[in-house]
Design a binder for this molecule. Structure first.
Ligand code: FAD
Length: 429
């Protein structure tokens, strides 16, 4: 088992998450038997499990409860849909990190949380006791589109949780006739990866331009604007004739009747307030909400997301339970993998401090989000955040330039892959 010193941690965290570590002494005050259970091993939970082990010098016992045997990453999964990445490059296992850092992985689904008794019930029948619990189940879906049920998801994949849904959509793109229409239905705010649907649209357009030039992508949007709007639409003009009669992409905003209210999956039709559209490929992303366990455990208080104390991400309703990643309200941070990673490190430190009977520090956070408009055309947005009052506010950052050379866009595309390899190594090794 690897031990990690404070100096090494600061080096690793670097710009990723600078947290107040003053006074951490793993040999002091920690009960020795303290047990942290983490539900969900994604960008948030996987990182929290590892960093609690590192920051406590291996003194805190950590059990990660993860329902799946393998993790399929959403970041870069739109590349699979456009056929220029293999799904295997998205597949990760916890075995290496668990072994290296000494946490246990239980492959089971958490189905109940008793915050008073400090227990987690698993679908397999067992119960885990904890001193502190971290809940990181990602997102679930709302039923905002009539007819979009589990059966419809097979015909009109959301591909908003990577894996089978991703390969399904990729195969449907491959099978689409030249001259066909691919429809993308993005969700309403807030949702995981705000630029994600528009990266998908861009890469579908790239695929069409290359392999099925008589086809189109139609975007039926419940919003009038979206993340990196100028960069996306500028790139679409440059690459796909956006705004001309020959555009591969047609984007219908809410104000023009883009809001989808119902689908008929058997007939591959999509209904908006004003019209009905037929697609050969249809990707419907319903509105997002916190993961199911967050709802059933009462962590959302009947709302869509989990309200947390912004310093420690401890639930405002369930003491001893911290919610990180997509399920929490971490405004104004977006719901992204990088944001989840950053939150996990701050919360890992807070949990170690609290178990030691010490005051947690105040974290700062970072998020960089790359999007691809073609395999050689990347754009990005980066921001640093700090807690100000009750809000995690942006204190710095930047956006790719509106006008840039092809070489510049290519460098950003290459940086996207480097970012991915480094964050996955941070999570899974
Ligand atoms: P997840 O990564 O979804 O992890 C949740 C885990 O919890 C899963 O492994 C799940 O199996 C497990 N789980 C859920 N419920 C239970 C339960 N009851 N018991 C046990 N286990 C459970 N972000 C970026 O930063 N950069 C990008 O380029 C980017 N691109 C994206 C592209 C797409 C197409 C999509 C959809 C998203 C993208 N994102 C990106 C967003 C990113 O994927 C999410 O923000 C990130 O995965 C959130 O991490 P999380 O740990 O909260 O949830």
């Amino acid at each position: 088992m690897a031990h990690f010193t404070r100096r090494k941690f600061m080096k690793v965290a670097g710009g990723t998450a600078a947290v107040g570590l003053a006074g951490v002494s793993p040999s002091l005050a920690l009960a020795g038997q303290a047990h942290v259970v983490v539900i969900g091993g994604g960008y948030a939970g996987g990182v929290a499990a590892k960093y609690i082990r590192m920051l406590s010098g291996g003194k805190v016992k950590v059990t990660l409860v993860e329902k799946d045997k393998y993790y399929y990453s959403c970041p870069l999964s739109n590349w699979v849909i456009a056929g220029f990445r293999d799904i295997e490059a998205q597949k990760w296992s916890w075995a290496k990190a668990a072994d290296a850092h000494g946490y246990s992985v239980v492959h089971d689904e958490a189905v109940g949380i008793d915050a008073k008794a400090k227990t987690v019930k698993l679908r397999g029948g067992s119960t885990l006791n904890y001193d502190r619990l971290i809940v990181a189940p990602g997102v679930g879906f709302k039923k905002n589109i009539e007819g979009y049920d589990t059966k419809a998801m097979v015909k009109m994949p959301h591909a908003w949780k990577a894996g089978l849904q991703t390969t399904l959509l990729a195969k449907q793109m491959e099978a689409m006739p030249d001259g066909g229409t691919a429809i993308v239905v993005p969700p309403e705010n807030p949702f995981r990866c705000p630029p994600g649907p528009y990266e998908r649209v861009s890469l579908m357009a790239w695929y069409i331009k290359r392999y099925k030039p008589k086809s189109k992508v139609l975007v039926l949007d419940p919003k009038d604007k979206f993340s990196k709007f100028g960069l996306f639409t500028g790139g679409w003009k440059e690459l796909y004739g956006y705004g001309t009669d020959n555009s591969i992409i047609e984007w219908v905003a809410a104000g023009q009747g883009g809001k989808v209210t119902a689908v008929d999956a058997d007939n591959m039709t999509v209904m908006t307030d004003m019209d009905e559209f037929k697609g050969d490929v249809v990707s419907v992303i319903p509105n997002n909400t916190a993961g199911a366990i967050a709802h059933s455990a009462g962590l959302t208080n009947g709302g869509d997301w989990c309200s947390v104390n912004k310093q420690t991400f401890e639930s405002t309703s369930h003491p001893g339970v911290h919610v990180i990643g997509d399920s929490s309200i971490a405004a104004k941070m977006p719901k992204s993998g990088y944001a989840a990673n950053s939150q996990a490190k701050v919360v890992a430190d807070a949990v170690v401090q609290m178990l030691a009977g010490k005051e947690p520090g105040t974290g700062s956070y970072v998020n960089t989000c790359y999007s691809m408009l073609s395999p050689d055309y990347g754009i990005s947005v980066a921001a640093v955040y700090k807690l100000k009052g009750d809000t995690i506010s942006k204190v710095g950052g930047g956006l790719s330039p509106g006008k840039a050379s092809a070489a510049y866009r290519k460098v950003e595309a290459d940086n996207n892959e480097s970012w991915y390899q480094s964050i996955m190594a941070d999570t899974f090794t």
